[in-house]
Design a protein around this ligand. Sequence first.
Ligand code: GUN
Length: 291
Amino acid sequence: MILLDGKATAAAIKKEIAARVEEMTARGERRPHLTAILVGEDGASKTYVANKEKSCGEVGFDSTVLRLPESTTEEELLGEINRLNRDDSVDGFIIQLPLPKHIDEQKVLNAVDPSKDVDGFHPVNVGKLMLGEPTFISATPYGIMALLEHYNIDTKGKHCVVLGRSNIVGRPIANLLSQKGNPGDCTVTICHSRTPDISKYTLEADIIIAAIGKPEFLKAEMVKEGAVVIDVGITRVPADTPKGYRIAGDVDFAEVAPKCSYITPVPGGVGPMTIISLMRNTFLARSLRTK
Ligand code: GUN
């Protein structure tokens, strides 16, 4: 079993980006600038945004966090988005999800200028991804593709089973892995909450991408010997720790790992790859604006 070390892979990419930012500033250009909008007080979202801010600092980007109260109206949020769309000092921005219930998430995402949509959530960018055109690939699928590429995992003709059909992970990764190329050329099955007998599919899978948000859902008896397992889950489960919780993946790692050819740990697998992919997209947004 080989551990897919997202932390080390992301660190290597981080170095490359930092070097390119140095070249940029040496040419007299300004640094890439990422802004994150955080609405409300969700603990996990606060942590993610703090991690993104930290990562910006490490690669030499400017970063701003716009913290808005839970009571922010949809109209106010749309106003902030329009302001960022027009702000030439901002190359890319993200709206941390989930948003409070009274705000229509898709309406908000649709308001982002596609050229600043470094999360790749705008319909124009989702459409381009579907067509295999160059675009901002949303961070988690992009990170998974980069990890598979970094470890030279042969995906051609393999059966990949994706657990979860979210717009953020399940559907885009299923699409990317079905496209021509390496990583790619997979036969893809998407399973979700309404799929009866999920084991029937996972037992046939050469590659399993677990993105359902159910802690330790994937058990050893659901996995074929030699499978590649990518764990996207990051759920806080109550535990006797100083913070009162621990982070659990969607995979029962202790059980499943011995059967795998490759597996991602949680933490230290997909998580760091997601953040570095956002940095890649922000660098790309900056580069495209300079042209
Ligand atoms: N919430 C969970 N994942 C993401 C992500 O990749 N981007 C944003 N903006 N919010 C998220």
